[in-house]
Design a protein around this ligand. Structure first.
Ligand code: PEP
Ligand code: MN
Length: 335
């Protein structure tokens, strides 16, 4: 059950509600976000929710069955729209494309990517400065210097930055430069990181774990929301299966299922999802057809020279072709 409290509620009234729920022996978890004030309740037995609705200070009560509460589609009227101002939003009517290199490599690369994004009307740039790598000897990103460089060029062109955060100590220094914090597949169940991201006022894109289930992804999102941040995006990026013909199995079934179960926007990452440059556009379009609110994609001026994930990175001409098809397809299925 989720109880939505009135915005102007005072402490005495809240204490009164706690007292009444206590007498009903209902465990209560208070959650306060930038948008609202909720009480998540996990009653052990059935009871009449009308009683709660009549309590002073309560705006609304929703019965939410199943393990996911705050991220569950059952209680929220309409789906979550993340607003970036000036008409830019994710989860509304527009398709959000987030494109850029796997890793930020240097000033020239950032400039050239931004130029392409502007040319194609793309408002979000991706680019990792903290890179999770299988081998400790591989390139691990430019860190804060790379992020500041990215920020300089993006801010000057009205482009929002999506970049991965790997540990909670990185959040504070990154905060002024990041528009959407990405939680990578390897950290999808790093609950300390998720809790820390629940305490900030910036959107979080959370990737499905490498062998993560849909249920686990929703639980990870629940961790962030429970800690006070409801600006969340769920990302399908492929899972590890027995199939070895491609890097990961992009599970597009997850798109309609996540949208049915949750009110959060769903993003598809076809680059990590298939891992083969030649098929990235096909799978991106398939993601849009499946109902994705956005696409996260790796692009590079010279894909073969990309410092990381070269094999799944597409060039600018292919990206332009993708954008034309994506816009046409999205217009077709939106209606
Ligand atoms: C990335 O986006 O470059 C990345 C490392 O993603 P993932 O966590 O999905 O592997
Ligand atoms: Mn990558």
């Amino acid at each position: 059950m989720i109880i939505q409290l009135k915005n102007n509620i005072d402490k005495k009234t809240i204490d009164g509600i706690y007292h009444d729920l206590g007498t009903l022996d209902i465990p209560v978890y208070p959650v306060r976000t930038g948008n609202g004030h909720y009480l998540v309740c996990t009653p052990k037995q059935e009871f009449d929710i009308r009683k709660i609705g009549q309590l002073k200070g309560v705006a609304d009560v929703h019965r939410v069955s199943g393990p996911h509460k705050l991220v569950n589609a059952q209680w929220k009227v309409g789906s979550t729209k993340i607003d970036f101002g000036n008409g830019l939003a994710i989860g509304g009517k527009d398709l959000a494309v987030m494109a850029g290199p796997c890793s930020i490599e240097g000033e020239e690369q950032v400039k050239s990517t931004v130029e392409q994004l502007v040319k194609n009307g793309v408002k979000f740039m991706r680019g990792g400065v903290y890179k999770p790598r299988t081998s400790p000897y591989s390139f691990r990103g430019l860190g804060m210097d790379g992020l500041k460089m990215l920020h300089r060029h993006c801010a000057a062109n009205g482009i929002k930055i999506v970049t991965e955060v790997m540990e909670k100590e990185q959040i504070e220094p990154m905060l002024p430069y990041v528009d959407i914090f990405q939680v990578g597949a390897r950290n999808a169940q790093n609950f300390n990181l998720l809790e820390a991201l629940g305490k900030i006022d910036k959107p979080v894109l959370i990737k499905r774990g490498i062998s993560g289930t849909i249920d686990e992804l929703l639980h990870s999102a629940e961790y962030i929301f429970k800690n006070g941040n409801e600006q969340l995006l769920l990302c399908e990026r492929g899972i590890r299966t027995f199939e070895k013909a491609y890097r990961n199995t992009l599970d597009l079934n997850a798109v309609p299922i996540l949208k049915e179960k949750s009110h959060l926007p769903v993003i598809v990452d076809p680059s990590h999802g298939i891992g083969i440059r030649e098929h990235v556009i096909t799978m991106a379009l398939a993601g849009i057809a499946a109902g994705a609110d956005g696409i996260l994609m790796e692009i590079h001026e010279c894909p073969d020279q990309a410092a990381t994930d070269a094999k799944q990175t597409i060039d600018y001409a292919s990206f332009h072709t993708f954008m034309e098809k994506a816009n046409a397809l999205h217009a077709l299925i939106r209606n």
